[in-house]
Design a protein around this ligand. Sequence first.
Ligand code: FES
Length: 183
Amino acid sequence: MCPTCECQATCDTACESPLYKELDDFIASQPKERDALIPVLHKAQQLFGFLPLEVQEHVSKAMDIPVSQILGVVTFYHYFTMQPRGRHTINVCMGTACYVRGAKKVVEALEEELKIELGETTPDRRFSFTSQRCFGACGLAPVIMINDDVHGRITPKKIAKLLKNYGSVKSGMKKDESFSGVF
Ligand code: FES
């Protein structure tokens, strides 16, 4: 399925998505070397939000690189994803300081509030829920990040209220609704 317009077309049936055009323009601006694959995949993920097989096949044809090789790169690097991501990414720190200060309970509270498990995306694609090790803010443990915003000394009780600030997604969240560096 086309990841952009959600029609049933694939790249082979000439989806005219402007995103593909932008991707093609970016590929054309890159040196004709395999080293350009990583920046191209970054660009593709930035445009589409994830890297489904259709997009990988498009890159394969445009760069004349076997799709198996592209798939290998996509699955090797943690940054790349073949699954659609939510509009907001919640990252829970599971580093030692955060873990001993209750990160596991924060994870459980998030799972209950979001009705998904760690590593999943909500069906409405509002939130993706992931974990990482140490954001370098151990003094504020336990810490979570939502997009680029750091939230320290998080407790399970704070979760529902915090998520409400990222709730009005369908109409697009206004800048002043977001937190930034809430410690
Ligand atoms: S262990 Fe969580 S910020 Fe360092």
